[in-house]
Write a protein that binds this ligand. Structure first.
Ligand code: NAP
Length: 459
């Protein structure tokens, strides 16, 4: 009887996980998606706790308290720290998978069927490399580890050789599951592979790598589902694995990079070098009052948010600006670049938080054709995603990355604090163009001053 109830609970949880992924696809249903995922997870845990196999709840209760103690503060981090927080979650998930796999190996050895041993090896190899890879990624993003790629000659060969050696040991273990002395060697090498795979990858590629690690964590959890004969784990792991992979592909595409280039390309090194070679060139700047005047005289405005808006937490002021301009009958839309900010959907989340209507948010491909008819493009803390060098300068590290064609609008205004480069570490020729005005200052303060000017002088 209990078995049937558990199966039913798992079925509902699986459906909720699938719905969660679907609903998280668009800002309009994203909150519902999160709720569905949360309910699904509570059901999954509840269903698992009903299992007959559990003889003592004491350790589970202790783990629950420790897990919540770590999870609650992690859930409260600043939005800008979410990528490294996500990396830590993957590390924890993968650590758990590796520990469970290890426990199962020692409980079952030497009587492990070849299929079971194969999935167990996949589980702990992927799990092990995800633990250390994710910790490295989190460290790089939090800047406790150096962000720049660390490379040496023959690096890819060494990494592939290490990975191949885990595969060889795994095959041996499948044939000789009693060879317990080889098991720690295999897990140890997997842990080293995680570190080695991430050190040559620059900070700029870290979010892509994190979603790739997400995918590995999901696959290892699915393998664990086979080992434990738990269908829900197989479903949830497969969903996690495939969605992480799809996200990595979307992000690579948005940066015009191949997967191989992200994983083996040591991106970020060139960028750092280019940043040092900047020369001082004249730019035109304007005051909040002048900016307000230009905006008030426009009929079509496109706002381009970027990482700086997130840092300044300017989204609510941006919403006020949107209201002030719309009230005057000005058509205001937002151009959302797929990798603006530091994580996928970063801008959508912030603007949704400030209740900017979803139908005003335009994807890059949908708005790029409209820039020639745009009076003012107002860039708020975005840099790389507007850099025309990506289209024209073959030597640029971001050459080929699709960017927003803001330079085609009649006037471009850029809010940022200085002439410092963005994430890719390179200069932006947009700032020196005739139609560009630099609005130097913190995004929140500057936008707020423009709103004040609009209501005082131009209202
Ligand atoms: P960006 O190129 O990093 O530029 C952000 C700009 O914001 C900086 O130039 C900075 O200039 C300005 N800024 C910082 N704090 C500010 C503040 N308080 N007020 C005003 N301005 C401020 O950002 P982006 O255009 O959004 O591009 C995102 C970058 O991240 C791309 O290179 C992308 O490839 C990379 N990336 C993103 C993802 C993702 O998932 N979204 C993933 C991987 C990589 P000042 O210092 O002069 O103020």
């Amino acid at each position: 009887m209990t078995e049937h109830i558990i199966e039913l609970i798992y079925l509902v949880a699986s459906a909720l996980f699938i719905l969660a992924l679907k609903w998280m696809n668009t800002p309009a249903t994203a909150r519902r998606g999160i709720l569905a995922g949360e309910i699904g997870m509570v059901l999954a845990i509840g269903g698992t706790l009903l299992q007959h196999g559990i003889v003592d709840y004491k350790w589970i209760a202790i783990a629950l308290v420790i897990g919540s103690g770590i999870g609650v503060p992690l859930g409260l981090v600043q939005m800008t720290a979410v990528p490294q927080r996500t990396a830590l979650s993957h590390a924890f998930g993968a650590f758990c998978v590796t520990l469970v796999g290890t426990a199962e190996f020692y409980l079952r050895t030497p009587n492990v069927q070849p299929f079971m041993m194969s999935v167990l090896c996949v589980e702990v190899i992927l799990g092990g490399l995800t633990v250390t890879g994710s910790l490295m990624a989190a460290g790089k993003l939090q800047e406790v580890l150096p962000q720049r790629p660390i490379t040496y000659k023959g690096q890819n060969f060494v990494n592939l050789a290490l990975l191949a050696s885990t595969a060889v040991i795994a095959i041996y273990l499948v044939r000789n599951p009693g060879a317990t002395h080889l098991y720690p060697v295999m897990v140890g090498i997997a842990l080293i592979v995680g570190v080695m795979l991430v050190i040559p990858i620059g900070g700029a590629d870290m979010p892509t790598v994190i979603s790739l690690l997400n995918s590995y964590a999901g696959l290892s959890a699915a393998a664990m589902g086979f080992v434990l004969n738990n269908k829900l784990l197989i479903v949830a792991g497969a969903l996690d694995g495939s969605s992480g992979f799809i996200l990595s592909v979307i992000m690579s595409k948005a940066m015009n990079r191949s997967f191989a280039n992200v994983v083996f390309g040591a991106f970020g090194q060139v960028a750092a070098a280019a940043a040092g070679a900047q020369e001082a060139r004249p730019v035109k700047s304007a005051s909040p009052e002048e900016a307000a005047g230009i905006l008030a005289a426009a009929s079509k405005v496109v706002i381009v948010p970027g990482y700086g808006m997130a840092v300044a937490q300017a989204q609510h002021k941006v919403r006020e600006l949107y209201d002030a301009l719309t009230k005057r009958g000005i058509d205001v839309r937002f151009a959302i670049h797929p990798v603006a900010g530091r994580m996928p959907g970063h801008m959508n989340v912030l603007l949704a938080e400030a209740d900017v209507p979803y139908d005003r948010l335009m994807e890059m491909d949908d708005i790029n054709g409209d820039f020639p008819q745009t009076d003012v493009s107002l860039i708020i803390g975005a840099n790389d995603v507007t850099n025309p060098a990506a289209k024209t300068d073959q030597s640029s590290p971001i050459y080929g990355m699709p960017v927003l064609d803001v330079e085609k609008s009649h006037t471009v205004m850029v809010i940022k604090r200085s002439m410092n480069p963005g994430f890719a570490g390179i200069d932006n020729p947009l700032y020196y163009m005739d139609q560009t005005l630099m609005l130097f200052g913190d995004a929140k303060v500057f936008v707020s001053n423009i709103v004040k000017e609009l209501s005082n002088t131009h209202g």
